[in-house]
Ligand binder design. Structure first.
Ligand code: GUN
Length: 292
């Protein structure tokens, strides 16, 4: 078993992003600027946004976190999005999900100017991704592709099984793995809650991407010997044993799956760190105007 080390890869790529950001700042007299809107007090979202802001500072970006009470109306939120769309000092905008129930995430996502949509969630970016055109790629799938690229994992002709069809991870991941690109060129099976014999499907995977959001969901009996296993899960449980008061669990039963895998990502220290890298790369591209 070999570890796909998100800490190592993310640090290396962030070094390069910091160099590129410094060059951008020298040339333009300003830093790449990311704005993150956070609505409400979801514990996970607070942690993720804080990490995104911290990492922006680490690589020399400007970052702004706009916070709203969970009672903000959909119209108020969309008005703020439109104001940011017009603000030339801001390169990238993300609205952290999930949003409170009374706000339609699709409406908010579509209100974001696709040229500032560094989450890659806008239908224009998704459509362009499917067509293999320059676009912002959703941060988590982007980070996973960068990890596969870094370790030169041979994906062409392989059978990839994605578990979970979310808009944020599973669905875009299935598109990227199937694209005529490197990494890519996989034969992809996208599985979900209505898949009939999930174990049989996952057992076919040379590459397995677990993105269901359930602790230790993928067990050793579901994974083929020698598979590449990518664990997207960040399942938080309260724990008195850690300083933060939380312990993180992946969607994969790491202890028992790792001995069967050729490559595997740990949790923490795997995909989560690469998600940040995907977001930073998109923000840099937005600032440089290389995509749009
Ligand atoms: N919630 C979970 N992952 C993400 C992400 O990548 N972007 C946003 N905006 N919200 C999320």
């Amino acid at each position: 078993m070999n570890l796909l080390d998100g800490k190592l890869v993310s640090e290396k790529i962030k070094e390069q992003i910091a160099l590129d950001a410094a060059e951008f700042t020298t040339q333009t007299g300003r830093k790449p600027h990311l704005v993150a809107i956070l609505v409400g007090n979801d514990g996970g979202s607070e942690t993720y946004v804080a990490s995104k802001m911290r990492n922006c500072q680490l690589v020399g970006f400007e970052s702004t976190n706009i916070r709203y009470d969970e009672n903000i109306t959909e119209d108020e939120l969309i008005a703020k999005v439109k104001e940011i769309n017009q603000d030339e000092s801001i390169d990238g905008l993300i609205v952290q999900l999930p949003l409170p129930k009374h706000i339609d995430p699709d409406k908010v996502t579509e209100a974001i100017d696709y040229r500032k949509d560094v989450d890659g969630f806008h239908p224009i970016n998704l459509g362009r991704m499917q067509r293999n055109l320059p676009c912002f790629i959703p941060a988590t799938p982007y980070g996973i592709m960068l990890m596969l690229e870094y370790y030169k994992i041979d994906t062409a002709g392989k059978h990839a099984v994605v578990v979970g069809r979310s808009n944020i991870v599973g669905s875009p991941m299935s598109i990227l793995l199937a694209r005529n690109a490197n990494p890519g060129n996989c034969t992809v099976t996208l599985t979900h809650s209505r898949t009939k014999d999930l174990k049989a499907e996952v057992l076919r995977g040379d590459i397995v991407v677990a993105a269901i959001g359930k602790k230790n969901f993928v067990t050793a009996d579901m994974v083929k010997d020698g598979a590449v296993v990518i664990d997207v899960g960040i399942n938080r449980e309260t724990s008195t044993a850690t300083k933060s008061g939380f312990k993180l669990y992946g969607d994969v039963d790491f202890e028992n799956v790792a001995p069967k895998a050729s490559w595997i990502t740990p949790v923490p220290g795997g995909v989560g760190l690469m998600t940040i890298v995907g977001l930073l790369k998109n923000t840099l591209e937005a600032a440089k105007g290389t995509i749009y």
